[in-house]
Each structure stands twice: as C-alpha cells, then as structure tokens.
Design a binder for this molecule. Structure first.
Ligand code: HEM
Length: 499
C-alpha cells in the first residue's frame, strides 16, 4: 500500500514539476517581443496566440486576420504574436510590408518551409524551396507562364470548359447545383491535363486516380492532419526523426504518372502545348532539371492551382447569385464581347471582359484564397524608420484577409462592390493593401493561368445559365476552420436556369 502511495506521489510531483517548468518556460519566452520593443498581443500558456485555430473554432487565416484587426485598432505599426512558443512578426504598416516583400527581399527570400528532397522529393518544389535552389528553379520556370505560353494552352482549357458545359446541362436538370464540387472537377481537369498531360475526365469519372490522390492531400486522415500540424508548429521534430511529409502512395502516383507520360511522349515523338512539355524541355537543357525536379513542379502547380481557382469560382458564383444586378451586368458584357468575336472565346476576348476582371478582383479581395503570406527573416534586420532589429530566423506573417478587409483601405469591407476595382479607383489603390497573389519576386507564378481558367469557365457559365442562391446554402457563409486556404464550410448551392 505504502509502495503504491509513493508511486502516486511521485507521479503527481513529476506532473507538477513538468507543469511549472512548461509555464515558466512559456512565460519567459513570452517576454521575447517586449525585449525587442515590439508591441504584442497577450499570449496564453502554452498556445500563444493560436488557441482559436487549434480548437478549430476559426481557420488560421481568420485568426491571423483577427490579430491584424486588434493590432490596427490599437494603432500598432507592427505586432508580435506567438504560435505556442514560436515568435511570429506581423507588419501592419504598408511601408514595412513593402520593404519585406520587395525592397529588402534579400532578407526574406524564404518561406521557411520543411524541405527534404532526399526522402521526400516532392517537397523540392518552387513553393517550398529556399535560397539558391529556389532562385534557380524559379528562374527556369518563369518562362513557363508568359502570355505566349498561356495562348498556347488556351485551347486545352476551352476543351475542359466544353466538358463543364455538358455537365452543367445535365446537373441543372437535377436540382440545385453544388458549385464547390463542379468547379473542383473543372479545375482538376484543367490542371491535370496541363501539368500532367492526362485526360482526367472528372465529370464522367469522378473517382479517377487523379481526383482520388488530390482528395488524399486536401482531405487528409486524422494521422496526416496531426503530422501536418507538427510540420507547421514543430518542424524540428520532423527533421530530427527524418520523417516523410507526403504519403508514399501519393508520391508514387505522381512519379509514376510523370514518368509514364514523359516516356510515352519520347517514344511517340509527341509534342503538346502544356506545362509538362515546357518542363520536359527544361530537362533537355544543359544543367537542366531532373525527372524528380519536374515532377515536384508539376505537383505544386496542381496543388497551388486547383483548389484556389475552384474556390474563387465558387465564391464568385455565390456573390453573383446574391447580387442579381451585378450578374446581369456581367452577362451583358460577356454577350457583347462574344458577339464581337463571332461567339468564339479567344484569348483577346477575355482581355476585353473588363467588368469580369473587376468582379474577380473584388471576389479575391473579400475572400483571398491564400489568406496570409509567410516569410522568414534570414539575417538580423533593422525595421525601416525604427531602431528595432528583427532577429534572424523570426517568422513573418502578412495578413491578406486582414488588409483586404480593412475599412481604412476598403470602406464597408463586407459589401461586395466591383466598382472598387474600376480603372479610376484601381489607380488610387496602394498595391500593398491588395495582393491576393502575393507580391515581390516570390509572387504567385501561376497568376495568368489562374485568370485564364477562371475566366474561360465563367464566360461559359454566364452565357448559358442564370443563377440564384438555393436555400441549402447556409447564411452567413462560414469558412472552413480546418483548411489553410480560405474555403467555404459546406458548399454554395445555387439554382440554375438555362438561358
Ligand atoms: C486564384 C488562384 C490563385 C491564387 C489566389 C494564388 C495565390 C498565391 C499566393 C498568395 C502565393 C504566395 C505569394 C507570395 O508569397 O508572395 C502563391 C504562390 C504560388 N502559386 Fe499561386 N495562386 C493561384 C493560382 C495558382 C496557379 C493556377 C498556379 C500554377 C499553375 C499557382 C502556382 C503557384 C506557385 C508555384 C507559387 C509559389 C511561387 C514561389 O514561391 O516562387 N498558383 N499563389
């Protein structure tokens, strides 16, 4: 009995000492910002300022935007935050943001993400890479996204939009339309064919391998979610144990797919106007890319381009269904422009759809699919117009959701108003309060392609159908607390009338 009592007391004592040690360590760490003279928001032990995200009350993007709002209301130019005990610096002032993203980019070239090309070759992609390797790959990839290359891929995307129309014709007979689902199929088809040379046929065969493996990434198992959490907040654990980040079956699928297509094209002398062809050509150059490197790039084009573009289309249709006057005005523009081009969608016809551009700009203002930018400070950095030095290795977060819904820059931010982006108004806008594609040398490489696929898809929809919101859509729209990209919780359901 005495023996068990003593074990019991020992366990309590160890537990108490551990709690005291953790609390003391956190409290000491939480003096970090004070020591450097940077104002901070009160953290809670041991979660720092990340609690609402960790309990899945709000998405990480929303939590960061809320911190932006609080700091701005206090008149701060910048603010210190913590994720657990990791300090995170958030600039509020547009001059500081500009310096970090553009002027002093050399201090902030990296996102500080986990990359291990040896055991996880898909992590060697341009989004995750750091330093010289990123510079080399980015320079090689940039010619892939010129307007000339976009024109070359145009017909492939139009072909996918024809499939979208055929699917819409069937779906609209069957009750309200699940927009999130249909646009995910469209963008899977587009990126699948452009980046991997595959006809995914997502509308007729929703369970194709491509959709299956993309679902594995965007809807991870509980274990994979836990691993993702560790990677973000405690990357040193992953490094220490040399763990893989991307599931083996997913990695094998992408490698096998690219290898097969590359061999097929080589054997049959097939040349196709798509991203993969440009990547294959890069393999042939002197000190060109390896097959592992091109697979990692095709993988990230898919990852970065499929969900973001589908979300923009979903939220665009949501706003158009709510604002029938804006929808009618857009339809008028699409019809007028199409008439001018003999009812054929061309690259130039899309450029003439000025109001569509304004609408998309406004959708991405209200709902930036990537709600914050991240960087890491590579050397001690004197923050402009202050005597404060930001320590090497400090993480930096820039809240796009916060900036783009800040009433100082966008009065009545909750109002959907495409006029904010009319030619006249756009000129007055400071570019650093509106950057849905990021800014500086690390800005989104796929911007042109994103607009291309979204505009082609929307012009087909607006020309042929009228949309109104179905009562199955839950209002007010909530955001999914589990995703890092901004995405509606549940779907947006619309009633569709054929024109
Ligand atoms: C509406 C759609 C899209 C949005 C809103 C979007 C947004 C973004 C943002 C905010 C970044 C980070 C920029 C920064 O840190 O400054 C980014 C990076 C990136 N995006 Fe996109 N993106 C979209 C579509 C695409 C597409 C279609 C592709 C490829 C086909 C793509 C490929 C990439 C890549 C490779 C990067 C990393 C660039 C680098 O680090 O050098 N994105 N995107």
């Amino acid at each position: 009995m005495v023996f068990y009592e003593s074990i019991y007391l020992n366990v309590i004592a160890i537990f108490a000492v551990t709690v005291i040690a953790v609390v003391t360590y956190c409290k000491w760490t939480y003096t970090f910002w004070k020591r450097f003279g940077i104002p901070f928001l009160e953290p809670s032990v041991p979660f720092g300022n990340a609690l609402d995200f960790l309990v899945l009350k709000y998405s990480r993007g929303e939590v960061i935007a809320e911190h932006y709002k609080t700091a701005k209301a206090k008149g701060f130019k910048h603010v210190g935050l913590f994720s657990f005990t990791t300090p995170e610096y958030m600039p509020i002032d547009l001059q500081i943001i500009k310096s970090i993203l553009v002027k002093d980019f050399n201090y902030f070239t990296d996102r500080g993400m986990y990359v291990n090309e040896e055991i996880d070759p898909l992590t060697g992609n341009v989004f995750m890479l750091s330093g010289d390797k990123w510079k080399k790959i980015r320079a090689k990839l940039s010619p892939t996204f010129t307007s000339g290359k976009m024109k070359m891929m145009f017909n492939i995307v139009v072909e996918c939009s024809n499939k979208l129309k055929r699917a819409m014709d069937i779906e609209c007979e069957q009750g309200p339309l699940n927009t999130k689902k249909i646009f995910a199929k469209f963008t899977t088809d587009v990126i699948g064919t452009c980046a991997f040379g595959l006809d995914c046929n997502s509308f007729d065969n929703p369970n194709n391998d491509f959709s299956k493996y993309s679902t594995r990434i965007f809807e991870p198992t509980t274990f994979e979610k836990f691993r993702g959490f560790i990677i973000i907040f405690f990357p040193w654990i992953i490094k220490f144990f040399n763990l893989k980040m991307i599931p083996v079956d997913v990695s094998d699928f992408y490698f096998k797919t690219v290898r097969n297509v590359v061999e097929y094209r080589k054997r049959n002398n097939v040349l196709r106007n798509d991203f993969l062809q440009v990547l294959i050509d890069l393999m042939k150059q002197e000190s060109g890319l390896t097959i592992g490197e091109i697979t990692a790039q095709a993988f990230v084009f898919f990852l970065a381009g499929y969900e973001t573009s589908a979300t923009v289309m979903t939220l665009c249709l949501f706003e158009l269904a709510l604002n029938s006057d804006i929808q009618e005005k857009l339809r008028e523009e699409v019809n007028t422009v199409m008439e001018r081009y003999d009812q054929v969608v061309t690259y130039d016809s899309l450029n003439d759809m000025v109001y569509m551009q304004q609408i998309l700009d406004e959708v991405m203002r209200k709902y930036p699919p990537v709600p914050f930018l991240n960087r890491v400070c590579l050397a001690d950095y004197k923050i402009p117009n202050t005597d404060i030095v930001l320590k090497k290795d400090t993480k930096v977060l820039i809240s796009l959701l916060g900036l783009q819904n800040d009433p100082e820059y966008f009065p009545e931010p909750e109002k959907f108003d495409p006029e904010r982006f009319s030619m006249k108004n756009k000129e007055k806008l400071n570019q650093f309060c509106y950057m849905p594609f990021g800014e500086g040398p690390r800005l989104c490489i796929g911007l042109r392609f994103a607009f291309l696929q979204i505009k082609i898809g929307l012009s087909v929809l607006l020309k042929n159908y009228r949309f109104s919101l179905n009562e199955k859509t839950e209002l007010p729209l909530k955001l999914n607390p589990k995703t890092f990209t901004l995405s509606p919780l549940g779907s947006v359901w619309v009633d569709v009338e054929k024109i």
